[in-house]
Design a binder for this molecule. Structure first.
Ligand code: ZN
Length: 148
C-alpha cells in the first residue's frame, strides 16, 4: 500500500503514540468489535455528559491502519456533541467509500484525512472503519442507557 509520505507519518505517529488508549471503568457503554479479515480488534468505551461526548477510551490490537484510525477518531470526537460526531463520522465513511477520488474535508476530519489513501484499497477500508463503527455502536448504547 502506498500512501503519501506526510500521511504515512501521521498514521505511524498515532500507531506508535495512540491517543486515549486506556479503558476507563466508568463508561456508559463499552463494545468489542473485530475485523476478522485482518485480525484487528478494538474494545471501546464511551462516556456521555448530556449530549456531549465526555470520553472515548479504548484498547486494541491489529494493523497500523486500524489502530491509528481509532486513535485519530478519539482525538477528533471527544468534546463534540453526538450530532456533530455523527456528521463527522458520515464524512469519514464517505471518504472511505470514495475509492481514492477524494481528499477529505480537512476542516471537519483533521488528521483523519491522512487515511484518505486507504479508500483505494478495498481490503483495508474495514481496518480504517473499525474504531469508528465501534464508537457508533457504543454511543448509541450509551445514549439509550442514559434515557432509561
Ligand atoms: Zn487491519
Amino acid at each position: 500500500m502506498q500512501l503519501d509520505n506526510l500521511y504515512q507519518e501521521v498514521i505511524l505517529d498515532h500507531y506508535k503514540n495512540p491517543q486515549n488508549k486506556e479503558l476507563a471503568s466508568d463508561n456508559d457503554a463499552q463494545v468489542h468489535h473485530v475485523n476478522p479479515s485482518c485480525g484487528d480488534e478494538v474494545t471501546l468505551g464511551v462516556k456521555l455528559d448530556g449530549e456531549k461526548i465526555a470520553s472515548i477510551n479504548w484498547d486494541g490490537v491489529g494493523c497500523s491502519i486500524s489502530q491509528a484510525s481509532t486513535s485519530i477518531m478519539t482525538d477528533l470526537l471527544i468534546g463534540k456533541t453526538l450530532t456533530e460526531a455523527s456528521e463527522i463520522s458520515e464524512k469519514f465513511l464517505h471518504l472511505m467509500q470514495s475509492k481514492g477520488s477524494e481528499e477529505g474535508d480537512a476542516d471537519a476530519l483533521e488528521d483523519a484525512v491522512a487515511l484518505a489513501g486507504v479508500s483505494k484499497y478495498p481490503a483495508r477500508i474495514k481496518c480504517a472503519l473499525l474504531g469508528w463503527m465501534a464508537f457508533k455502536d457504543a454511543s448509541v448504547q450509551a445514549h439509550s442507557a442514559k434515557e432509561n
